[in-house]
Design a protein around this ligand. Structure first.
Ligand code: COA
Length: 174
């Protein structure tokens, strides 16, 4: 069974750093110097483990003084994708957002991952922008729009998808 736990910067975050380096730097080509920043000192991390108990996925949550949350650095080792680990990471951090009563959550999504985040009620906002040359879209959800269940299960009922997210579309085509 996959499982997850929360960490802060006071804990040993070497597994978080190793997974982010493997995915964002080595696999996707982002620079190592930009991968780790000042926000890592104030982040809450979700860290997930594979069936053998090895660290395999991570994401971080940052809160600001306006009671807003930003989720980022969501990644799962390539060999462990498609097993629900990304889903666990999002649910863990969004649960914390809800639990803490933060008013809104933001995320800077790589364009390919926008439909993944839509499952959780996040909606694209603003123009597409480039981060290290890669297209991204800012996404946002108000507290009441967060969908902790994630998947819409093909009924077009994701909190943010308006019935046209990939999950809904693929079921409609079946
Ligand atoms: N678009 C739409 N749906 C997606 C998706 C995508 N890019 N990636 C996964 N999903 C769906 C899955 O099909 C699954 O649906 P189901 O429950 O109906 O079967 C559900 O989301 C959960 O998928 P899961 O297995 O938990 O996702 P994952 O562990 O493969 O993690 C990422 C997803 C995006 C975190 C992973 O692909 C990854 O690490 N990519 C590289 C790093 C990256 O680009 N991160 C995004 C930075 S913004």
């Amino acid at each position: 069974m996959i499982r997850g736990k929360f960490l802060t910067s006071l804990d040993d975050t070497s597994a978080v750093r190793a997974i982010r380096t493997a995915v964002f730097v080595e696999e996707q080509g982002y620079s190592l110097e930009n991968e780790f920043d000042q926000y890592d000192e104030m982040a809450i991390y979700a860290l997930t483990f594979d069936e053998e108990g090895a660290p395999a996925g991570t994401a971080r949550l940052i809160m600001d003084e306006d009671n807003h949350a930003t989720i980022g650095r969501v990644c799962v080792l390539k060999r462990c994708r498609g097993q629900g680990m990304g889903d666990l990471l999002m649910r863990m951090l969004l649960y914390r957002v809800v639990e803490m009563g933060l008013s809104e959550v933001y995320l800077g999504a790589q364009l390919h991952a926008v439909p993944f985040y839509q499952r959780y009620g996040l909606k694209p906002c603003g123009e597409i922008y480039l981060d290290e040359g890669q297209p991204h879209r800012r996404m946002r959800a108000a507290l009441e729009e967060i969908n902790l269940e994630g998947a819409c299960h093909g009924h077009g009922q994701c909190a943010g998808c308006d019935g046209d997210c990939n999950a809904c579309a693929s079921t409609e085509n079946n």
